[in-house]
Design a protein around this ligand. Sequence first.
Ligand SMILES: [Zn+2]
Length: 209
Amino acid sequence: MIHEILPVGPLQCNCSIVGDETTREGMVIDPGDNISTVLAIAEKHRLRIKQIVITHAHIDHIGGAMKLREATGAPILLNQNDYALLKMLDVQATWIGVATPGNVEIDRSVTSGDTVSAGAHTAQVLHTPGHTEGSICLYFESEKKLIAGDTLFAGSIGRTDLPGGSMQKIMRSLHDTVLALPDETVVVPGHGELTTIGDERESNPFLVR
Ligand SMILES: [Zn+2]
């Protein structure tokens, strides 16, 4: 599986470009910004982007989605529980001092039980509310890889003090869904360094019992 991680925008959101090396089909996860670089990476691997997946509707993860859709024709997928946050993108833009991306149109809602894919590489969608109501993680079982959005970080967890956040829900999502994954699973958080489920289970101060 082709997988490049590009930190984008002022908050350095980890944008993932995933692709199938045989079919050259690709998927972009969390295109918050720097769309010309995202497109250049896709081009370097000769990927046709087929899906744009958003882990949650915070502006640093979704800000470049419309620009990427215009360039590729790929649909934008987001869990419907974050549609309320979409209406607040102008407010979110003022929080971090960036230009508003305008209206973002969602083509399809995705939730637990759904899959997203880049050619033969398929990820299960896991609905993991808490950081936001509609937060999702993407689990590539064969690759033992989790794209975690802002639900889990190396040594930390997502903040729950923004609209739609809930400490109770994020803890339930982490213990019931995320920590149910095998220890060797590599975690690609929404920001910062990669980690593994095992390392976080053992040493994350928010998760050790
Ligand atoms: Zn976020």
